[in-house]
Write a protein that binds this ligand. Structure first.
Ligand code: COA
Ligand code: AMP
Length: 633
């Protein structure tokens, strides 16, 4: 690999096949590819077409064959259950091949979908890898989503089998998963043939005869299953992510490109090698969990930490330092919100003292904008490089990063540094033409996207084209706005759509509005993301109630909050709403969410020229003031 970022980036853009082809040799292939990049069916690109491989083989068996069988593959560290359990690569191979046998015994074969709705326990990782082993397509659903969201995903993915656990543990709360699963299956048109339930001691799930099977019983009866060769272009997983409506987007990830890009990224971006301990403090329900709790570190032969806990409260704000020192973590990856939570509890970082953090080399942050306060605090306390990088569920790995394994650049606060190799970024103005350095516009990536990125949306090529490729032909639209400065540093400022970022979780305000509008007393509503010192943003609802409704406002707000929790889930963190007389709109009827958000966040704003009646903005200020937002708070 070149040791100059400029050379690597230039080669990746001008000769993508020459760049990624040799990198792919680092993986195991049953059959080599015919073409590194197949562009015969534009605008769809396929990486390593004609090649055959198996992601699970590369992430597990290959290391055992290469003599790493006794190295730890997974360290499960669960302060919420007071457990630390280690699995070597040999152990992992045993668990995964047995669970692959369980899936096969339930009729799951190549191409079938399996939904995994599980907390952060090793069995969740076994289930993901077992799917990969037999060529089944997994779709992991985050535990903080409600039954309704799970049902939407069941309906779209049509899984043959669903794997779940009896419960998750949120600090001290035991969250029963099984009733949510039962409700979701009830709500969905598509029904799985079987559900496999991992019973945890904290809660016992009621089983449905003939449909539900106990994980442990099934494992004792199963025969281990070997890896099945799949096409590089076959799907490995579907991960649903928020779109602008209540119907989430099923981001597809292929096997070949994903494996190549992730294995490469471990050293090129994160500076880790085989044998190093890598920790992504996220959840397997998010893309960070897929890429950097499971696939990336295991493909590279690292030891990955599976953490079932929170940055604070399990038991306190020292847990990150305890884990880094106890397991000798070299690189930690989490969201800025986790560090804001720690900083709030322990502003002087006193809890760090007494822990040997000497093996720790890098902190990587992503998922939301890294605010300069958090960056400075982390740098000063940890005394290691703190690296912001920018990516999305769709991209699977970083679009822009300080690639410490290639060439480490000086950090510019507020910037995730430069476009990663493979990413040909541009900033376009409203007319679709590139703007100059430092000028804000839509950040786009010229096609083709590098390997590991989404080839399409699950069974929805049209939505893929319409969502990402139609606005700026020839480019992938990231839906993030920002600028690139004269040194090539990227600055990501805001989303251009209705997506908000709550504690590093991506949520759709449109989806919340759809739920609120179902309330019988609500005539119309708007949800916007307002600033929050811990979570970055939180959703805030503004509602107009139907004429003639004279119930107390608090009652309606309470019901609406509960409705969003029931329909979307606690992860939406929708707790604040207010009733307003009217919503400000343009003459064409578009609700001025941006203006209301500026009022709530006490930011200056231009009174829109298109608004008819300015008194409406005073009314909004009054309503926001009543719930503690804006100047009148
Ligand atoms: N299963 C069930 N419920 C869940 C859940 C899960 N897997 N994950 C979260 N929830 C619930 C929480 O219990 C909480 O419920 P509540 O309203 O009853 O309190 C709600 O969803 C919101 O959760 P969360 O966003 O995690 O907020 P929090 O206040 O519990 O914790 C932080 C705040 C900052 C500590 C937490 O968000 C965090 O650790 N973030 C780390 C960053 C991260 O994981 N980012 C992901 C992308 S990298
Ligand atoms: P998700 O798909 O959940 O990973 O969310 C992706 C979105 O999070 C991006 O489109 C950005 O809006 C935001 N995001 C992720 N990383 C960063 C970052 N480093 N800086 C600014 N925004 C980020």
């Amino acid at each position: 690999m070149s040791n100059s970022y400029a050379d690597a980036h230039e080669k990746s853009i001008n000769d993508p096949e020459g760049f990624w082809g040799p990198i792919a040799e680092d993986c195991h292939w049953y059959k080599p590819w015919d073409k590194v990049l197949d562009d015969s069916n534009l605008p769809f690109y396929r990486w390593f077409a004609g090649g055959e491989t198996n992601t699970c083989f590369n992430a597990v068996d290959l290391h055992v064959e290469n003599g790493l069988g006794d190295q730890d593959a997974i360290i499960y560290d669960s302060p919420v259950t007071d457990t630390i359990k280690k699995y070597t690569y040999k152990d992992l191979k045993e668990e995964v091949s047995l669970f692959a046998g369980v899936l096969a015994s339930k009729g799951v074969t190549k191409g079938d979908r399996v939904i995994i709705y599980m907390p952060m326990i090793p069995e969740a990782v076994f289930a993901m890898l077992a799917c990969a082993r037999i060529g089944a397509v997994h779709s992991v659903v985050f535990g903080g989503f409600a039954a309704n969201e799970l049902a939407t995903r069941i309906n779209d993915a049509k899984p043959k089998v669903i794997v779940t656990a009896s419960c998750g543990i949120e600090v001290k709360k035991v969250i029963q998963y099984k009733p949510l699963l039962d409700e979701a299956i009830e709500l969905s048109d598509s029904k799985p043939d079987a559900c496999i339930i991992f019973q945890r001691p904290q809660a016992k799930a009621e089983m449905t005869d003939g449909r539900d099977f106990d994980w442990k019983d099934a494992m004792t009866q199963a025969a281990p299953h070997d890896c099945v060769p799949v096409a590089a272009t076959d799907p490995l997983y579907i991960l649903y992510t928020s779109g602008t409506t209540g119907q989430p987007k099923g981001v597809v990830r292929d096997n070949g490109g994903h494996m190549v890009a992730l294995k490469w990224s471990m050293s090129a971006i994160y500076g880790v090698n085989q044998g190093d301990v890598y920790w992504a403090a996220s959840d397997i329900g998010w893309v960070v969990g897929h890429s950097y709790i499971v696939y990336g570190p295991l493909l590279k032969g690292c030891t990955t930490i599976l953490f079932e806990g929170k940055p604070v409260g399990t038991p306190d704000a020292s847990v990150f330092w305890r884990i880094i020192s106890q397991h000798k973590v070299k690189t930690l990856f989490t969201a800025p919100t986790a560090f804001r939570a720690i900083k709030r509890e322990d502003p002087q970082a006193q809890l760090m003292s007494g822990f040997d953090l000497s093996p720790f080399k890098y902190l990587f942050l992503a998922g939301e904008r890294l605010d300069p306060d958090t960056l400075t605090w982390a740098e000063n306390s940890l005394k290691v490089p703190v690296i912001d990088h920018w990516w999305q569920t769709e991209t699977g790995w970083a679009i822009a990063a300080n690639c410490v394994g290639i060439e480490q650049f000086e950090v510019k606060p507020g910037s995730p540094t430069k476009a990663a190799p493979g990413w040909n970024l541009a900033v376009l103005g409203e007319d679709g033409h590139p703007v100059g350095p430092g000028e804000i516009g839509a950040i786009v990536a010229k096609l083709p996207l590098p390997p590991g990125t989404l080839p399409t949306l699950w069974q929805n090529d049209e939505r893929y084209k319409e969502s990402y490729l139609s606005e700026f032909p020839g480019y992938y639209e990231t839906a993030d706005a920002g600028f690139i400065d004269e040194d090539g540093y990227v600055f990501v400022m805001a989303r251009t759509d209705d997506i908000i970022n709550v504690a590093g979780h991506r949520l759709s305000t449109g989806a919340m509005e759809e739920v609120i509008a179902e309330h019988p007393d609500v005539a119309e509503c708007a949800v916007m993301g307002v600033g929050d010192s811990l979570k970055g943003q939180i959703p805030l609802g503004m509602m107009v109630v139907n004429a003639g409704v004279d119930r107390p406002e608090e009652e309606i707000v309470k019901e609406v909050v509960q409705l969003v929790r029931n329909k979307i889930g606690p992860v939406a963190a929708f707790k604040t709403a207010t009733v307003v007389k009217r919503l400000p709109k343009t003459r064409s009827g578009k609700i001025l969410r941006g203006t209301m958000r500026s009022i709530a966040d006490q930011k200056s704003y231009k009174v829109p020229a298109t608004i008819d009646d300015y008194t409406i903005l005073d009314e909004i200020e009054d309503s926001l003031g009543k719930i503690g937002y804006g100047k009148k708070a």
